[in-house]
Each structure stands twice: as structure tokens, then as C-alpha cells.
Ligand binder design. Structure first.
Ligand SMILES: Cc1cc2nc3c(=O)[nH]c(=O)nc-3n(C[C@H](O)[C@H](O)[C@H](O)COP(=O)(O)O)c2cc1C
Ligand code: SF4
Length: 465
């Protein structure tokens, strides 16, 4: 294994190894502080991060506002307080040995207000901002205002080009690096474009080379590219290291750090990681953001898949073979479906999926009564955590609605990520993970259930394992 040269990141000479930011509360002050203290780059999530009470217990993010807008304001306050809290913890643990980055998502509600709010109070403790999910044009200007570096997360050279041309060229000196997140392999939300086939993963090398060519076009030959998604043993990436064609390359890990002592996830989640098989993590398109995402197969995902499978198209008038009346709702309103779909729907109803719910795509899905009740409750209790939400039709823009129908095929991501991040419930919640997570099982580092500290993991990564 080639030795890893140190790299200048956000004003520090450190190993070219990054902790990937993980919300909600999955990479935090404790984990990021430990990464920085180990001479690498720590990243805490600034997405609805935790604050603590005087006993050190996370303060539950409860909402008292009567309207979505009032709850949205409460959420912003929680997010800013939480981000400041985590920055302080990270700073203390890091002891000045490495940089601390904050990760935000441009698709989260009020991303700009939250980021500015955190940096106003804790900007001196944070050295970089990483930001993906959407096109974060504004992040460069915000970072420049606070004198911190910024790291856009992109999945193609084309996306970076657009960011650079429109906004980043004005703030080039603080562009610390560009994260290439492999849209087929990374955990969490994935930046697959409409023209990319989720079933056909592409080789990251030519895509990263293409990104480097875009960077060179703009004179950014020495700007590090941080490769994220599917990176496990660095020895498998030797041809990427000190490769003049690719230029400076660092590596980001999201999944491996889940299984460290400092990782705040539950023991149940850690244990589950050790049992995963290839194929247990896959891309799904259920997220209320409308983005693809990668998570572990469990009862939560199976139930969402079932909603999609128990689905039929309808028309409001008889058209073509949609000539069979189907009565729905309390008023037994007739909709028109094919005769074949009617008999499928009757079978689902007989099996207990008695409730028909309309989707924005003129389809009906069939769910059990308790699922419908939960969907309705979650939509009603929405606190506007995203910029726009397909599930509840919340929008942070004026009017606070997307103007579309709510989509019962999706779910409240805020609720499920809060639960999995703060309890040992893993089967019925969304468990994000990268596609290489099955490797925990056979990696000898973790034999006999060994859970390393972050320092031990970093030392191990440096050896190529
Ligand atoms: C549980 C989990 C949550 C994640 N949450 C975020 C997030 O909030 N923001 C983000 O930019 N990336 C997020 N990611 C992506 C990671 O930061 C990282 O880029 C990715 O996991 C790298 O690929 P790997 O999973 O193969 O290591 C998440 C990943 C995981 C596994
Ligand atoms: S319904 Fe959507 S916007 Fe509302 S809190 Fe849940 S995920 Fe966030």
C-alpha cells in the first residue's frame, strides 16, 4: 500500500481522509472531534442536530406550534442550537489537531438561515462547510462571509461546472475541495440524474477524471477531489493515489465510521451492520425530497415497497379499458380502473389492505387501516423540515404548499430519522447505509464483533485495510 501524503485541508495539514457528514445526529460533535483529533477531517451534521439538557441527555425536538409555519420556526431554532452545541463539542475534542466541517443539505428547510445562524454563533470553531442535495449556489457566499472553506458535493463534472459558472468563481480562494459522491454507491441521498440508470452503476474513475478536467478548465488543478461512496480498503484505490491524471485525491467514508465507538448510533444498529449481505442495501425512490437514496432493506422499506406494488391507475371518467367503476372514499365516489386492476384491488382488500389512497399520479394505493392513519397523522404533524416535501406538500416558499397533492407513497423523513438516531429501533425506521456495508461481515478488522475507536479506524485505513 502506498503511503498517504498529508494534504492541506481548511488550513490544516492532515491525512486525506474525511468523515462523511451524516444526518440526523449520526455524525456529531463527538465523532467529528475524534476524526479531527486523529489527524483527519471531522464532519458533524448540521441537520437538526441535538442539544442536551443539564444531565447530558438529548433534548427531544417536540413541537408546540399550531401551524406548520410555527413548527417550522421551532425547527429552525432547534437546528441552530443543535449545530452550535455540536460545533463546541467537536472543537473541544479535536484539540486543534484537524479541521472540523459542518454538513448541511440544500434540500433541508431554511438551509441558509440554519447555516448562517450556526456560523454566527460558532463560526470560529468550524473550518469548512460541506453541502450537497440540490444545487447549493449560495453556500460559497455564506462561507466567504464567515471566512471558512466550502466543499460542494456533486455527482458529476457537469454539476460542478454549473455551480462554478454561476457562483463559485467569485469565491475561488475558499473552495477547499470538491466531494464527488458516487450516486450508485454512497449511503444516504444520492445525486442520480434523470439520464442515469439506477440499475447500472458506472465506474467512478472516468467520472472523477471528467470532474478533474472541469476543475482544470477553471484553473483548479490543485483543488482536492474527495472521493465518496463505496470506499472500503484504500489498497483497492492505489491507482487513484498520487495519480497525476486525477490530481490531488482524498477519500470520504460514511459507512465505515458508523461502526466506531464514537459513532452515536444504537448498539442494535451497529450489530445489524455486522450481519448485512450483498444486496441488502439498495437504491429506492421513496424519499419525500424526490431524490434517490440508499438504505438497508428492513420492514420499513418493505412496507413502502408494498405501497408501490399495491397500486393501480384510475381515471375520473371511463376512458379506453379504464371502463370498470371502482367505488372509493366515504362517499363511494366512482373512479374507473381496468377490470384486471379491479380484481387485483379486491384481493388486496380481502388481505386487509382495505384503505385506498389517491396519489398525485392518478393512482390508488391500498394500505392497511393503521398505515393510512399513520400517514395522515404524519402529514398533519409536518413541521416543514425540507425545502419542499412530496409527502406532505409543504414548501418553504410563500404559500407553504407545493400546490400538488400529498403523496402517500412517501414518508416523513424527519420523524423516522429522529427515531432511528435516538433509539434502538432499527427494523421499522429508515436505515441509511452505503452499498459496501455488507463488507463489515467479512472484514477481519471487525471479527468477534470488534468496534474500533475512530483513531483505530483511521490507523487501519492508512495501512490500506
Ligand atoms: C447513515 C448515513 C447518513 C448520511 N447522511 C448524509 C447527510 O446528511 N448529508 C450528506 O451530505 N451525506 C450523507 N451521507 C453520505 C456520507 O456523508 C458519505 O458521503 C457516504 O456515506 C460515503 O459513501 P459510503 O457510505 O460508501 O462510505 C450519509 C450516509 C450514511 C451512511
Ligand atoms: S412531512 Fe416532510 S417536510 Fe414535513 S417534517 Fe416530515 S419530511 Fe419534513
Amino acid at each position: 500500500m502506498k503511503s498517504l501524503n498529508s494534504m492541506r485541508i481548511s488550513g490544516f495539514d492532515v491525512l486525506p481522509l474525511f468523515e462523511g457528514g451524516k444526518g440526523i445526529s449520526i455524525s456529531n460533535g463527538e465523532s467529528s472531534g475524534a476524526w479531527a483529533a486523529a489527524g483527519a477531517v471531522g464532519t458533524f451534521s448540521g441537520v437538526n442536530a441535538d442539544s442536551y439538557d443539564s444531565d447530558g441527555q438529548p433534548i427531544p425536538q417536540q413541537y408546540f406550534g399550531r401551524t406548520r409555519v410555527e413548527r417550522h420556526e421551532e425547527l429552525i431554532r432547534y437546528a441552530i442550537d443543535g449545530g452550535v452545541t455540536q460545533a463546541k463539542i467537536a472543537h473541544e475534542i479535536a484539540g486543534g489537531r484537524g479541521p472540523i466541517h459542518i454538513n448541511v443539505l440544500w434540500e433541508m428547510a431554511a438551509a441558509e438561515r440554519v447555516l448562517v445562524g450556526i456560523l454566527e454563533r460558532a463560526g470560529k470553531l468550524v473550518h469548512g462547510v460541506t453541502c450537497g442535495a440540490g444545487m447549493p449556489y449560495k453556500v460559497a457566499e455564506i462561507a466567504a462571509h464567515f471566512g471558512v472553506h466550502y466543499y460542494p458535493i456533486v455527482s458529476s463534472g457537469r454539476a460542478f461546472r454549473a455551480l462554478w459558472k454561476r457562483a463559485y468563481h467569485k469565491f475561488s480562494e475558499l473552495l477547499g475541495g470538491v466531494v464527488y459522491e458516487d450516486p450508485w454507491r454512497a449511503g444516504g441521498h444520492n445525486g442520480l440524474s434523470n439520464s442515469e440508470d439506477p440499475a447500472h452503476p458506472e465506474d467512478p474513475y472516468p467520472r472523477v477524471l471528467e470532474l478533474r478536467e472541469r476543475l482544470r478548465e477553471f484553473g483548479l488543478d490543485e483543488t482536492p477531489i474527495i472521493m465518496a461512496g463505496g470506499v472500503w480498503y484504500l489498497r483497492e484505490w492505489e491507482n487513484w493515489i498520487d495519480n497525476p491524471e486525477l490530481g490531488p485525491i482524498a477519500f470520504q467514508f460514511g459507512t465505515r465510521p458508523l461502526l466506531t465507538e464514537e459513532s452515536p448510533i444504537s448498539d442494535a444498529w451497529k450489530q445489524r451492520l455486522l450481519t448485512l449481505n450483498e444486496g441488502d442495501v439498495y437504491l429506492n425512490n421513496f424519499s419525500p425530497t424526490g431524490m434517490w437514496s440508499s438504505a438497508v432493506e428492513n420492514a420499513f422499506l418493505r412496507e413502502l415497497k408494498e405501497r408501490h406494488d399495491h397500486q393501480i391507475a384510475f381515471t375520473r371518467e371511463p376512458i379506453g379499458d379504464h371502463d370498470t367503476a371502482f367505488l372509493t372514499g366515504p362517499r363511494k365516489q366512482p373512479l374507473f380502473v381496468t377490470a384486471h386492476d379491479k380484481s387485483r384491488a379486491e384481493q388486496w382488500i380481502a388481505a386487509g389492505h382495505t384503505e385506498a389512497m389517491k396519489t398525485p399520479d392518478s393512482t390508488l394505493i391500498f394500505v392497511k387501516h393503521e398505515i393510512m392513519r399513520d400517514i395522515r397523522t404524519d402529514q398533519t404533524e409536518c413541521m416543514g423540515c425540507l425545502s419542499t416535501c412530496n409527502f406532505s406538500n409543504w414548501s418553504q416558499l410563500e404559500g407553504h404548499t407545493t400546490g400538488k397533492k400529498t403523496d402517500p407513497r412517501s414518508f416523513c423523513i424527519q420523524k423516522t430519522l429522529q427515531v432511528i438516531g435516538h433509539s434502538d429501533e432499527v427494523e421499522n425506521q429508515l436505515m441509511f447505509a452505503g452499498h459496501a456495508a455488507f463488507r463489515f461481515k467479512d472484514d477481519p478488522f471487525y471479527s468477534n464483533g470488534f468496534v474500533p475507536t475512530v483513531h483505530q479506524l483511521v490507523d487501519r485505513l492508512v495501512t490500506g485495510d
